[in-house]
Design a protein around this ligand. Structure first.
Ligand SMILES: Cc1cc2nc3c(=O)[nH]c(=O)nc-3n(C[C@H](O)[C@H](O)[C@H](O)COP(=O)(O)O)c2cc1C
Length: 195
């Protein structure tokens, strides 16, 4: 919705928010009979679809951590990779998230993609990568993005998922959720209705 100058003068946030539609996209077909055994395969399929459909930055997500008082915090960042250990992101040790992760090494990551009406939610303990992996992550950034980073301050972390939820919305409100949990050998999953 574009606001013209007159609209902007009379704009009321709360009026605008009231009744604002959500889930306005159209979800792709999702065959629940052919779900992959590994959630990272499904995530890759969804990411590929989002990218193909033109979602500008589908690799951005909200990362939640908790501080020393148990109060949650959240910010936007980039998913770097998914590897056999976990879901990787990177930042500075000296940041708020760095301090929070040092105190409580656990996090949640949330993606929301439109118009696919899809969200992915990951949570679990967080492990710090090796110094070599963190250095390689920093070296892969642009020179401008490497400036002002103190030696050893750039860290790659991985969420080791204990739960991964794939959520797909539907206009008729019959949303679908598929939850993967590790089962020791690999993954087990369940298809849930929406709550
Ligand atoms: C699209 C987008 C991508 C971002 N990617 C990163 C990232 O990969 N790593 C990072 O440290 N901060 C990233 N940021 C900045 C963070 O949102 C945040 O402002 C910063 O990391 C400080 O967070 P903290 O104070 O909670 O530690 C990004 C911000 C946006 C809007």
């Amino acid at each position: 919705m574009i606001l013209d100058a007159a609209d902007r003068e009379t704009f009321s946030l709360n009026d605008w928010l009231r009744g604002r539609p959500a889930l306005t996209g159209v979800a792709p077909e999702w065959d629940l009979d052919t779900l992959p055994a590994d959630p990272s395969t499904l995530f890759a399929q969804w990411m590929q679809q989002a990218a193909a459909d033109g979602v500008p930055e589908p690799h951005t997500a909200t990362l939640a951590t908790v501080d020393a008082d148990g109060v949650p915090d959240a910010r936007t960042l980039i998913l770097k990779a998914i590897d056999p250990v976990g879901w990787a992101f990177a930042s500075t040790r000296s940041s708020r998230k760095g301090a929070q992760l040092a105190h409580m090494p656990a996090a949640a990551l949330n993606f929301w993609w439109q118009p696919q009406v899809r969200a992915v939610r990951v949570r679990g303990p967080v492990e710090e990568a090796t110094a070599e992996e963190s250095a390689a992550d920093l070296a892969a950034r642009s020179p401008a993005a490497q400036a002002d980073i103190a030696p050893g301050d750039w860290v790659r972390w991985r969420i080791v998922p204990t739960r991964i939820e794939f959520w797909q919305g539907s206009r008729d409100r019959r949303h679908t959720r598929v939850v993967y949990v590790p089962d020791g050998e690999g993954w087990s999953y369940a298809v849930l209705g929406d709550a």
